[in-house]
Design a protein around this ligand. Structure first.
Ligand SMILES: NC(=O)c1ccc[n+]([C@@H]2O[C@H](COP(=O)([O-])OP(=O)(O)OC[C@H]3O[C@@H](n4cnc5c(N)ncnc54)[C@H](OP(=O)(O)O)[C@@H]3O)[C@@H](O)[C@H]2O)c1
Length: 292
């Protein structure tokens, strides 16, 4: 307990804190133009926070910015939110440093990082084009890791901030027919839990969310709409996922599984061995291309 207080209050770098005078804290959200990322952005803006929205499509970012500004205008307090957009492909090796450099010219510092952007890949691993697997690993693993490494040190110096990483229920089990995707999300869960312990008591929160299916364009994009899981597993709305995440993040929970049904599934996946879960997961994830 004493160690926690010492780390929390006595190891702050006063020079670094002084540099923050006049700067505004902001939440950086990757993949913010649709789905879960958009709902995170909406929640932060509605609570009066500043946001930095990241995605590849410049036009989608502008559309989302206009929509959030219009919503804020209709709200009762009439304050204009600070919404910064950066159009960038996060799979670029320099993407994280480029984002940090661009933020340096604005009066912002990142107090909360939401690593949400991610992509899935469905089908037999051996048949998947290597470039698509590279792209998945770059986005789901490398980009998330680089962004975390870029913004975490300053949060630790300030003794304040937080990182929310978006994983998946799939990160709790091997996923035949979505093998690389499930493995990438296992990495995200493991990394977040490890960082949470490594940096405990230093004022920075770490939360990883593991949602089950969510009603977004994600499944259609990886051509998985015909898989049985789309029919048998209930999908949550992106808004409900974002709400649940923010609720538990504020309470300091490290691993969040939104929804009661998903929580029961998560417990089963945690306690049952892979030889038992793999056939069931394979049945649910098989894209059934042969029936097209
Ligand atoms: N939907 C589900 O059922 C589900 C379940 C569990 C976990 N998740 C996870 O939740 C996260 C969000 O999923 P979602 O369903 O909301 O996805 P989505 O609707 O497909 O949205 C993906 C977002 O990421 C952006 N993006 C994609 N590739 C990018 C890149 N290379 N660089 C920068 N931005 C990129 C997209 O914008 P641009 O295309 O313009 O770049 C878009 O804003 C993902 O990590 C996913 O794995 C989803």
């Amino acid at each position: 307990m004493l160690t926690w207080w010492r780390r929390r209050f006595w190891k702050r770098d006063e020079a670094a804190l002084a540099e923050l005078h006049g700067l505004q804290p902001a939440t950086l959200i990757t993949g913010a133009t649709r789905g879960i990322g958009y709902e995170f952005a909406r929640m932060v803006v509605r609570s009066g926070g500043s946001v930095v929205l990241i995605a590849r499509s410049e036009s989608d970012l502008q559309r989302v910015r206009d929509r959030l500004l219009a919503e804020a205008k209709d709200a009762t307090d009439h304050t204009t939110p600070s919404i910064t957009t950066i159009a960038i492909d996060l799979t670029g090796v320099d993407a994280a440093s480029s984002i940090r450099d661009q933020l340096g010219t604005l009066n912002l510092y990142i107090d909360t990082l939401i690593n949400n952007a991610g992509v899935g890949l469905s089908g037999h691993f051996a048949d998947q084009p290597p470039a698509q697997i590279d792209h998945l690993v770059e986005l789901n693993i490398s980009a998330l890791t680089r962004l975390t490494q870029t913004f975490l040190p300053d949060m630790l110096v300030r003794g304040h901030g937080g990182i929310i990483n978006v994983a998946s229920l799939g990160g709790l089990t091997p996923g035949p027919f979505q093998a690389a995707y499930y493995a990438s999300k296992a990495y995200v869960i493991s990394l977040t839990q490890a960082l949470s312990y490594e940096n405990r008591g230093q004022g920075v929160r770490f939360t990883v969310i593991a949602p089950g299916p969510v009603e977004t364009q994600f499944h259609a994009q990886m051509d998985a709409e015909r898989a049985f899981y789309r029919r048998f597993l209930p999908a949550m709305t992106a808004r409900a996922v974002a709400r649940s995440t923010m609720f538990w993040y504020k309470l300091g929970r490290t691993v969040v599984v939104p929804g009661v049904f998903n929580t029961i599934l998560a417990i089963c996946l945690r306690i049952l061995p892979a030889p038992l879960t793999s056939p069931v997961v394979a049945f649910l994830l098989n894209p059934r291309d042969d029936e097209k």
